[in-house]
Design a protein around this ligand. Structure first.
Ligand code: ATP
Ligand code: MG
Length: 378
């Protein structure tokens, strides 16, 4: 059956069936599927400017994943344009779903559960993934679960071979978040520290903008820093504070002052500023991670989110944990930023442990959603 046809069927079925018969139909098929000891889960990510789709099998692991990034489309505007993002998700989501099914050599009917990013994110963009996920799930008679985007990021390192066991300390450093958490299991997240202002990724992006690099500037700034050397001195806000919080906006302002002091912003100067900025962020993140491990007496650190792709940060964390007999894990580079695999995985973990329940297949998105509200599925 073609996916477009399935979606059409889903919508027309919704009009024909009354709620009660839908409830009965869903309950019986859901129960039947939960009785199986493994599950094939389709994951759909559409919270911002990347459409990600993946198939995760609870027994055989990740079978396929595909991603379309909208960066080129938004670059001309210097940031994400929400309406353009939603429209592009509509164009991409179904072809990407067809692509992962083909890659994994699976049919649509083989899908036993669907996970989608329910929030936080852009409302219109979230609605695209949600409506496709819920419609497909209703047409196939399979359970559907909304995943918290940050839970997806947090659990992404568990997709790798030899995944770290619970409990561990997680450093989530993305475009919108800089948090340290104690993770005791799925849905058992305790916030240890947070940013008081900008996120680490945001600081990379804003500093890159000051240096005239494109959007998003984080990776370009990191690349520039590779050729830089120690020449300037930037502050390390909250480096020695007794808590586990971060603050990055002062660092960005210090870069602005430094840039304004330069008579010319030649390439060498830009490289040296980028080098010092990256060192400052790395110093802060490394020190706070070590402090969190010490405070919690845990031995494992897990890093996720886009800034987790930063080579210098990985180098420092690898070194500092190794000399202390601690371990550190990361997702593969492509799963640091938004992707469908992390949503399929987090959804599979939740579906696997959830009691059979009836879904009303409503299009319920949560553009603002505190991770602390999440509960363990058990
Ligand atoms: N190599 C790198 N070095 C530093 N920063 C990087 C690197 N690669 C990506 N980033 C930054 O990571 C961020 C994107 O990460 P991610 O996709 O996890 O964030 P997001 O999804 O936008 O935010 P959130 O998940 O908090 O809503 C951007 O700010 C980008 O500049
Ligand atoms: Mg993200």
């Amino acid at each position: 059956m073609r996916i477009a046809a399935t979606l059409k069927t889903a919508y027309s079925n919704a009009l024909i069936w009354n709620y009660q018969s839908l409830k009965q139909k869903t309950a019986s098929s859901t129960q039947k599927r939960y009785a199986k000891n493994h599950m094939l889960v389709l994951g759909i990510e559409s919270s911002c400017d990347e459409t990600g789709v993946a198939l995760y099998d609870t027994q055989h692991g990740l079978l396929a994943h595909a991603l379309h990034s909208q960066i080129d489309m938004h670059a001309a505007y210097g940031g994400v344009v929400p309406e353009l993002a939603s429209r592009d998700h509509i164009r991409r989501a179904i072809p990407l779903t067809q692509q992962v099914l083909q890659q994994a050599n699976k049919t649509l009917q083989a899908i036993e559960g669907i996970a989608y990013t329910q929030g936080p994110g852009l409302a219109g963009a979230l609605l695209v993934g949600t409506s496709i996920a819920q419609s497909l799930a209703m047409a196939l008679g399979v359970p559907c679960v909304g995943v918290h985007h940050l839970e997806g990021h947090l659990l992404a390192p568990l997709l790798e071979e030899d995944p770290p066991a619970f409990p561990f300390v997680a450093l989530l450093v993305s475009g919108g978040h800089s948090q340290l958490m104690r993770i005791d299991g799925i849905g058992q997240y305790q916030l240890l520290g947070d940013t008081l202002d900008d996120a680490a990724g945001e600081a990379f992006d804003k500093t890159a903008k000051l240096l005239g690099l494109g959007y998003p500037g984080g990776p370009a700034l990191a690349q520039l820093a590779q050729q830089g050397r120690a020449r300037f001195q930037l502050p390390r806000p909250l480096l020695n504070s007794p808590d586990l919080n971060f603050s990055f906006s002062g660092l960005k302002t210090a870069v602005l002052t430094l840039v304004n002091q330069q008579s010319t912003l030649d390439i060498t100067t830009m490289q040296d500023i980028a080098w010092e900025f990256q060192e400052a962020v790395t110093d802060i993140l490394t020190k706070k991670c070590l402090k969190a491990l010490k405070q919690t007496k845990l031995k494992r650190l897990v890093v996720s989110g886009g800034v987790g792709a930063n080579r210098r940060l990985r180098e420092r964390l690898n070194l500092e944990t190794a000399v202390r007999g601690l371990s550190v894990s990361y997702p593969r580079l492509e799963f640091c930023t938004d992707n469908g695999a992390m949503i399929a995985f987090a959804g599979a973990m939740r579906l696997k442990d959830m009691q059979p329940q009836v879904s009303d297949y409503s299009f319920n998105v949560r553009p603002r959603w505190d991770l602390a509200e999440l509960q363990s599925p058990k």
